[in-house]
Design a protein around this ligand. Structure first.
Ligand code: HEM
Length: 317
């Protein structure tokens, strides 16, 4: 995942000549937009949280996951009218199977691109896996995450203040590793179903049945998790409702950074490097297009959940 250094590089690599960076630029962003004094006008620039590569990979993940879920569920719940409608739209169950495999290739490619990016990041900036994986911007859950989790539970019931979250919250780390786990389990069993002749050279034939059950149930779990818990954590919690576009635009407002990631905000100010992380907002048409895409993804995700609940409650055989 992106580190502060990496994002800095992205922004610094493409300076916007129209935006002069003041000598002590970090001082001009010390105050959130609602607290600007008369001598310090609000900085309209936005904080760059995700690089272009991260945004692209996330879109690839969304497109491939939704395609896999739609085509996979139309096989799993093939006895429902919805599944028949879906597969007719796609050109039949066989075509759905072909689309499923194509989307699986996109998902594998996305996953591999992320791993290659991590290897490059390690080489370029950290020197060792230990430094990358155990550093301050690591995605690995550590003791402070457990403490933040406990503090958050206390905050929920009014027994303490909101924790001072840093670059990655415990729920973001959880969602990240849920995908790692999911790709490993669903991917390996999916490949077994795709190439049964090859795999049964090494494993007993009965494992194909086991792989079908694991693939199918893990797919149900992943779909249920992504389109409810992940959607809620990211888009539906009160601070973000109805949608957080940060992962699509790569940008977040400074006031938002200060509120959502106070520890990261303070650290950037203290280092005097905040200005290097700022960029001009995207043109309105780009943001509108992004919102349209995000709304479509959210709507499809919620529809799949309704479809699954309906199939489980009223049509399951
Ligand atoms: C990423 C790699 C994946 C591969 C290689 C893969 C491959 C496959 C294959 C070969 C089948 C059998 C299809 C057929 O008989 O035509 C299948 C079925 C299925 N897949 Fe995947 N898949 C992958 C990911 C996913 C994901 C991410 C989901 C859902 C989120 C999913 C959901 C399903 C479901 C529900 C079935 C039907 C299982 C059943 O019959 O109960 N798959 N998959």
């Amino acid at each position: 995942m992106a580190t502060v250094k990496e994002e800095m590089e992205t922004v610094v690599a493409k300076p916007n000549p129209a935006v002069p960076v003041p000598a002590a630029a970090h001082e001009t962003v010390v105050i959130a937009s609602d607290e600007w004094g008369p001598e310090a006008p609000p900085d309209h620039r936005e904080f760059v949280r995700f690089t272009r590569l991260h945004r692209t990979l996330h879109v690839c993940m969304i497109v491939s996951f939704i395609t896999l879920a739609l085509t996979g569920m139309s096989l799993k719940f093939s006895f429902t009218g919805w599944a028949r409608f879906m597969s007719r739209m796609l050109g039949g169950f066989q075509v759905a199977g072909f689309i499923h495999r194509t989307a699986a290739v996109i998902m594998f490619a996305t996953f591999i691109a992320h791993i290659v990016d991590l290897c490059k990041l390690k080489k370029r900036e950290y020197g060792s896996w230990k430094a990358l994986l155990l550093g301050p911007n690591s995605m690995i859950p550590m003791k402070p995450d457990l403490l933040e989790f406990i503090a958050t539970m206390k905050w929920f019931v009014g027994l303490g203040p909101r924790p001072q979250y840093g670059r990655w919250t415990y729920w973001e780390k959880f969602d990240y590793f849920a995908v790692f786990w999911g790709v490993f389990i669903i991917g390996s069993t999916g490949l077994t179903l795709w190439f049964p002749v090859f795999f049964t050279r090494f494993i007993p034939g009965s494992f194909i049945n086991v792989a079908t059950i694991i693939h199918s149930d893990e797919a149900l779990l992943a779909t249920g998790f992504i389109f409810t818990v992940h959607f809620f954590n990211t888009h539906l919690r009160p601070e973000k409702f109805p949608m957080d576009t940060t992962v699509f635009t790569g940008h977040m407002k400074l006031a938002e950074l200060k509120r959502d990631k106070p520890r990261e905000y303070e650290a950037l100010l203290a280092s005097g490097r905040m200005a290097q992380h700022l960029a001009e907002p995207h043109p309105a048409i780009v943001v509108k297009t992004i919102r349209l895409f995000a709304w479509m993804a959210l709507s499809i995700g919620f529809s799949i959940i309704v479809w699954i609940i309906y199939a489980m409650l009223f049509a399951y055989r």
